[in-house]
Each structure stands twice: as structure tokens, then as C-alpha cells.
Write a protein that binds this ligand. Structure first.
Ligand SMILES: *Cc1c(COP(=O)(O)O)cnc(C)c1O
Length: 402
């Protein structure tokens, strides 16, 4: 005879507020904040300038499919990704509109560009010619190198640039460049940025003078918008700011925009235990308490993207609204925190690594600065094992990752 599973197994997934009862490690993605940031960035720009959200690297760890689907629903119909697989993934999940691949696609993938209606960056005039020879009708944006010295046809090579607009099979729908020091407004960096913009606009005028159409013109990413909002382009390509973050928390920016962090990162408390003085904790006996302490073991580690160096630089988490310092080495799937001062803590409690708990908040910026990196790296490295939980007040969703 078939026995029914216990009632607990029949329970439906819990909303985000009860996530700790069903989850090990998860990121809560506040789609209302995404909406807010999109509008705030748009408002800072000249009215004709549209936003092309950058959803590469799994939307900076926020989940590219759900983020792009949500943006589609609120009227966004152009996106940028880093590479072709990211674009295909979005198409397979029904994402509509233009999807620009910002970097190199091997020519052997040209048919996939066509099949998934992806727009390819022409990263050099030579690449444009080769792509054209594939003989497929492809959409493209021409990339101009105005001083970043990464990708793009160098701005001086006007004839080579113009040749990209005369390729028989490629439909050039845009022209873009990338700023290398727009995160600073110090005079030397500002002069360099202004020079890049000048070079870019000069190229655009030359393209037009040759009787070609540059299509949608764009050069700003997040800091280009925040520090140089008056640049008059057709599109801007924010990544990190769209997710409510600056790359470094203490960066001063020109545009008075209130950004709201979209992502919170949480994990469950697996166990709470008393550890005697002089009893070493974790791999390598890295931490040996000098007195009796109480510790909690958390269910997240470097295999989920938590930098190991966070343990060495005063990193802590929030549990029951209080700080609990990381002790010992961060392991692949777990790490330990000191909860001696936190009362009533038990397994199943939620530890907040990024986000708010009571009156305390830990920002991605604080973690980035402790670990000597930028928030972009912290959030984009959040691993695939970390479940993404999406919330929005307008439409209380209980979706999980696909
Ligand atoms: C990643 C990237 C962006 C977005 O940069 P943010 O600083 O995150 O806004 C824009 N353009 C290009 C070419 C990029 O590679």
C-alpha cells in the first residue's frame, strides 16, 4: 500500500519572509528597488536617453533571467550581456527586445547570433569584415576604442570604422565606446573622460559625414551616468548602479541619485554549540578561544562566493539583529561565527551576510572594502547554489530560480 508523505513534505514553498525554514543559503532580490533604480538613473539623464540595462554575469549575481523578465514587464526592451551564452539563455526564457553582446563572439557561433536574434558588438573593423563574410543578416553595434585600450576599433582609424557601416550583411544599429575612469571626477580623470567623449563624438560626426548612420549612440555605464549625466547620447548602459550599488561605497558621485540595494544575502544557522577555552575551531586550528564561547555554524561558504579573506578582515554577520564575528577559516560550504553575546539563538535562525536585520545593516560595499575589491566582484561571484528569491510589493511573488 502507498503511504502518503508526511504533511510537512506537502507544504508549499514559503514566502521570502519565512525562507529560513526551507533554505540553506539564499539571496533576496527586491524588484521594487530595481524599478526605483532604473527610474532614478533614467531621470538623471537627458530625456531622450534610454537605459540599456547590463545583465551580464547573471545580472551581477541577481539572476539574469528573472531580472530581464521583470524589466521586460516594466517596459524595458533592450539589454546588454557580456557573451553569447548569456544572450541565448535570456532568449530561451522568452526575453524580448534587443540583446547586445558587448564582447567577442567566435565566428563559429555566427549562426547562433542569427538564430537567437542577438546583436553583436563589432569589436574591430577586421572582426566586422570576418563576421560579414559569414553571410548571415546580423544586427550589430560598432565598438570604438576611445582610450580604454580594451576592445574596439581605435578612434583614429576613421576609414576602418566607416567601412563597418558598409558591410553588406551586417545591420549596424548602434555605435558605442566605454569610459575607463568615469568613476573619478578628479581633474586629471575628468580631463581624460572628456577627451574620450570628444573623440567618440568626433567619430560619430565623421560617420555621419560619410553618409552612414551610427544608429543608437552610447558611452556611459554606471559611473558615466552618475558623474557625467549631461552627456547627450541615445542610450546608457548601467550595471552596478541599477542593482543599487556603487563599486566602492565611499565614492562621491555628481548626480544626486538615491540608489537602493536590490540584493540581500542570507544563510541558515545549522547548529549552535558551546566551545571550551583553548579548543581550536575549524580547519588549521585558525581560531583558538581564550575563554569559553558559544558559536553558530552557518550554511554558506566560499563555494557560494563568500570571499575567504572576509574572515581575516573583521567580517561579521547579523543574527537576531546583532553582530556575530566570523571565527576560524571560511570553509567551502560553511563557516562559524561567535554568538556568545546573542541570546536565544538556535538552529533555523537566519544569518544576514548582506542586508538589514533590525537596526543593523551590512552592505555589499562594506564587504568589498574589507576584502579589497569592488561590490561588482562580491555580487557577481554569488554562486549558483545560492537560491534567488524574488519579491515585489506590487506582485508578491514566491518564485525560485530556474
Ligand atoms: C560591464 C559593462 C558595463 C556596465 O558597467 P557598470 O560599471 O557595472 O555600470 C557597461 N558597458 C560595458 C562595455 C561593460 O563591459
Amino acid at each position: 500500500m502507498n503511504t502518503l508523505p508526511p504533511a510537512a513534505l506537502l507544504l508549499r514553498p514559503k514566502p521570502a519572509s519565512e525562507a529560513s525554514s526551507v533554505r540553506r543559503a539564499w539571496a533576496e532580490i527586491n524588484l521594487d528597488h530595481l524599478d526605483h533604480n532604473l527610474l532614478a538613473l533614467k531621470t538623471a539623464l537627458p530625456s531622450r536617453c534610454d537605459i540599456m540595462p547590463v545583465v551580464k554575469a547573471n545580472a551581477y549575481g541577481h539572476g539574469s533571467i528573472q531580472v530581464a523578465q521583470y524589466l521586460n514587464r516594466i517596459g524595458v526592451n533592450q539589454f546588454a550581456v557580456a557573451e553569447i551564452e548569456e544572450g541565448i539563455e535570456l532568449r530561451k526564457h522568452g526575453v524580448k527586445g534587443d540583446i547586445l553582446i558587448l564582447s567577442y563572439t567566435p565566428l563559429g557561433r555566427a549562426y547562433d547570433l542569427f538564430r537567437y536574434r542577438l546583436t553583436q558588438a563589432i569589436v574591430s573593423a577586421e572582426y566586422g569584415q570576418a563576421l560579414n563574410q559569414c553571410g548571415l543578416k546580423l544586427k550589430a553595434h560598432v565598438k570604438i576604442d576611445t582610450g580604454m585600450n580594451r576592445l574596439g576599433e581605435p578612434y583614429e582609424n576613421i576609414q576602418a570604422i566607416i567601412s563597418c557601416y558598409r558591410l553588406e550583411h551586417l545591420h549596424v544599429m548602434g555605435t558605442f565606446s566605454h569610459l575607463s575612469v568615469s568613476d573619478s571626477t578628479r581633474s586629471e580623470q575628468a580631463a581624460f573622460t572628456n577627451m574620450q567623449v570628444e573623440r567618440f563624438l568626433h567619430v560619430i560626426r565623421q560617420i555621419e559625414a560619410a553618409g552612414c548612420s551610427p544608429g543608437a549612440v552610447h558611452i556611459q555605464s554606471s559611473y558615466g551616468i552618475l558623474n557625467y549625466p549631461a552627456i547627450d547620447c541615445d542610450l546608457a548602459r548601467p550595471g552596478i548602479a541599477l542593482y543599487g550599488l556603487l563599486s566602492r561605497e565611499d565614492d562621491a558621485v555628481m548626480a544626486p541619485i538615491e540608489l537602493r540595494p536590490v540584493l540581500s544575502l542570507k544563510a541558515a544557522v545549522a547548529q549552535v554549540k558551546e566551545v571550551r577555552a583553548n579548543s581550536p575551531i575549524g580547519y588549521g586550528h585558525k581560531f583558538i578561544p581564550s575563554q569559553d564561547i558559544r558559536i553558530a555554524t552557518l550554511t554558506i561558504g566560499y563555494g557560494d562566493g563568500i570571499p575567504k579573506t572576509l574572515a581575516d578582515n573583521g567580517g561579521y554577520v547579523l543574527i537576531r539583529g546583532q553582530r556575530a564575528g566570523i571565527i576560524g577559516n571560511i570553509c567551502m560550504d560553511q563557516f562559524m561565527v561567535d554568538v556568545t553575546a546573542i541570546h536565544g539563538i538556535r538552529h533555523g535562525d537566519t544569518a544576514t551576510l548582506i542586508g538589514q536585520d533590525g537596526s543593523e545593516t551590512i552592505t555589499a560595499g562594506q564587504i568589498a572594502s574589507r576584502c579589497g575589491t569592488v561590490t561588482n566582484e562580491i555580487v557577481s561571484r554569488i554562486g549558483s547554489r545560492v537560491e534567488r528569491v524574488y519579491t515585489s510589493t506590487s506582485n508578491e511573488q514566491v518564485e525560485t530560480s530556474v
